[in-house]
Design a protein around this ligand. Structure first.
Ligand code: NAP
Ligand code: HSE
Length: 330
């Protein structure tokens, strides 16, 4: 039996506790879970505490609490103590990468759920796709924005669409991270470092990020009338001898693979020199899809399989311009 110390019993933590309870053959048990409020009614029965020390003594630490400070400190304490850590926390990874990188290199940090929730992208980018030199990547990386943009197309107001995305459990505890593009930028930073250049800085991606707060039903409906869908797209491409990464709303032709993801689904288009175009799509947010990826990482950690390997050096930057046409930025 592997004892799990769980940080957080919110949307994802509750879904994870339910998945674990349904899978006795995995021999997993939540020994203690850290929460803020011991008296809040909960849908799942797990032993809760407000003392981090109770959770850190478990065999394996699973962080689904969020935030860059306390969650980051607790993960780093467990890693420094030689434990394996599973996390869905893209903010902590993107903003504190240098602190986590040594543990990624040791294979003791697992983070599939941090990008595109239950849809596997970190595994392929750090595994099967490493046989090709990357040329570019374009992805819709935020389920809340995908959901809101779909609702704006249907004429729903921005405020109503955001409130519904929060109710459905897609949005961050602080939803400004979603709608300003920063959550997508966190995820793009992680992908950029794992597949293109380990030295890409969070600050450079953040500075090249624009969200969807300025968009309205009128703007996205006008684009649709012209045969285009507005999507928040994170891209990595070569420019002037360096890898560039940016997040911004683009008007994509309806036939573009990233234009077709509806609801909170996300998509990722990777272009490699030998493999060509690879497209991966699926749920990009939501409690169950995220818990599915967290559980897969727990299984890997509990059975001693290593987490995703970091990139040792930057991929060569191609001289030729990207093959993709440039789309209108909204
Ligand atoms: P959530 O519903 O807000 O749950 C957060 C949980 O962490 C709650 O149980 C909360 O305790 C606990 N917590 C927060 N701050 C704490 C503190 N300072 N001390 C002790 N406990 C604290 O969040 P979520 O949607 O489950 O997301 C959790 C993580 O998964 C985040 O990193 C998020 O970015 C990531 N993620 C979420 C999704 C998604 O679709 N929701 C997808 C991928 C990744 P209380 O219950 O007592 O308030
Ligand atoms: N708030 C995030 C999103 C959760 O909407 O994509 C998944 O990381």
């Amino acid at each position: 039996m592997t004892g799990i110390g769980l940080l957080g019993v919110g949307h994802v933590g509750s879904a994870l506790a339910r998945l674990i309870a349904r899978r006795p053959e995995l021999e997993l048990r939540v020994t203690r879970a850290l929460v803020r409020d011991l008296h809040q009614p909960r849908e799942v029965t797990v032993p809760i505490t407000t003392d981090p020390a109770d959770v850190l003594s478990a065999d394996l630490l699973v962080e689904v609490m969020g935030g860059t400070t306390l969650a980051g400190e607790l993960m780093l304490r467990a890693l420094a103590a030689g434990k394996r850590v599973v996390t869905a926390n893209k903010a902590a990874l993107a903003e504190r990468w240098d602190e986590f990188a040594p543990y990624l290199a040791q294979g003791r940090l697992y983070c599939e759920a941090a990008v595109m929730a239950g849809t596997p992208v970190i595994g392929p980018l750090t595994g099967a796709l490493r046989g090709s030199q990357p040329l570019e990547l374009h992805a819709t990386l935020n389920g809340t924005c995908a959901y809101i943009l779909g609702q704006l197309e249907a004429g729903v107001s921005y405020a109503e669409a955001l409130a519904e995305a929060q109710r459905l459990g897609y949005a961050e505890a602080d939803p400004t991270l979603d709608v300003t593009g920063l959550d997508a930028a966190h995820k793009l930073t992680i992908l950029a470092r794992l597949a293109f250049d380990p030295a890409i800085s969070w600050e450079s991606v953040k500075a090249a990020t624009r969200g969807i707060t300025h968009l309205s039903p009128k703007v996205v409906q006008s684009a649709l009338a012209e045969g285009k869908r507005v999507r928040l797209v994170g891209s990595i491409w070569p420019e002037h001898g360096a890898w560039r990464a940016a997040v911004r709303p683009l008007a994509l032709p309806l036939a573009h693979p990233l234009a077709n993801a509806t609801s909170a689904r996300n998509g990722l288009l990777f272009v490699g020199d030998a493999v060509g175009e690879v497209f991966i799509a699926g749920a990009g947010a939501g409690a169950n899809p995220t818990a599915s990826a967290v559980l897969a990482d727990i299984i890997a950690a509990a059975t001693g399989q290593p987490g995703p390997a970091p990139l040792r050096q930057a991929a060569p930057v191609p001289n030729e311009p990207p093959t993709k046409p440039t789309f209108e930025v909204l």
